[in-house]
Design a protein around this ligand. Structure first.
Ligand SMILES: Cc1cc2nc3c(=O)[nH]c(=O)nc-3n(C[C@H](O)[C@H](O)[C@H](O)COP(=O)(O)OP(=O)(O)OC[C@H]3O[C@@H](n4cnc5c(N)ncnc54)[C@H](O)[C@@H]3O)c2cc1C
Length: 211
């Protein structure tokens, strides 16, 4: 387990017992995600943009068009915060006030860097594809030079980060415990549905095992 020192940015103040700075736990949360939300401020306006995410070692990877405002701003070193969230359950207490959610989340702060080396970029894009749809890469044609040139891939070091999680039943006030109302947790999970083939797919293509 790697433990980094909390900085001023990542010191949990609100319900600090739910927080930690455990690198392995951060990685596990990121590895289970396909989406993160990247926040940054441009000309005094905050933006929070959902993006596909993957992890490569101690870097969080995101990608986008070389001409996108988000990508060019981040590539120029605009400070950002990437957040990954898993909603694990609705925590239904006997009062609105004590109702909550079970979750695991990670916030990674820093400056992203564009991957410029062609081989490194190609490997990072492969990692992203393979993370989003494990097994898929082997079936896909190679990206063309033009496609690679149209894409920027950014790496954000998972160095300044924080983890927060809530688990367990509601924490009702003692004076509410005897109320005649159901209390507990509704677990929530994200599941894959049945594959839907593209309408223009050639005949006779079987569903690959990895799907
Ligand atoms: C699915 C989900 C739903 C939530 N719903 C609510 C809600 O409705 N209302 C509400 O008040 N809070 C909610 N939270 C908790 C919320 O994310 C914050 O932790 C909380 O509001 C305290 O925010 P703060 O800025 O005052 O925290 P502080 O403790 O002041 O934050 C200090 C630092 O702690 C770290 N930190 C704080 N929160 C998180 C986090 N969630 N994940 C990782 N690092 C964190 C960051 O590094 C942050 O800079 C929810 C969290 C999740 C994941």
């Amino acid at each position: 387990m790697t433990e980094t020192n909390p900085t001023a940015d990542t010191r949990h103040r609100r319900v600090p017992e739910r927080g930690n700075h455990d690198f392995e736990r951060a990685c596990a949360i990121i590895d289970e995600a396909r989406v993160c939300h990247v926040g940054f401020t441009l000309e005094n306006q905050p933006y929070v943009v959902p993006m596909a995410v993957a992890r490569q070692g101690s870097d969080l990877l995101v990608h986008g068009s070389v001409v996108s405002r988000l990508i060019t701003s981040l590539a120029d070193g605009l400070p950002c915060c990437a957040t990954v969230t898993h909603l694990d359950g609705l925590v239904l207490a006997r009062s609105s006030f004590h109702s909550s959610m079970n979750y695991r989340s990670v916030m990674v702060f820093g400056k992203a860097q564009p991957i410029t080396d062609a081989d490194e970029k190609s490997t990072a894009l492969d990692a992203l594809v393979e993370h989003l749809a494990p097994g898929r890469l082997a079936d896909l044609r190679e990206s063309s030079r033009k496609e690679l040139n149209a894409t920027t891939i950014l790496k954000l070091p998972i160095e300044t980060f924080s983890v927060k999680a809530r688990t367990g039943p509601p924490s009702d006030a003692s004076y509410d415990i005897d109320l005649p109302v159901w209390a507990g947790v509704i677990p929530l999970t994200l599941t894959e549905g049945k594959p839907i083939g593209a309408p223009d797919m050639a005949d006779g293509i079987p569903l690959p095992d990895y799907l």
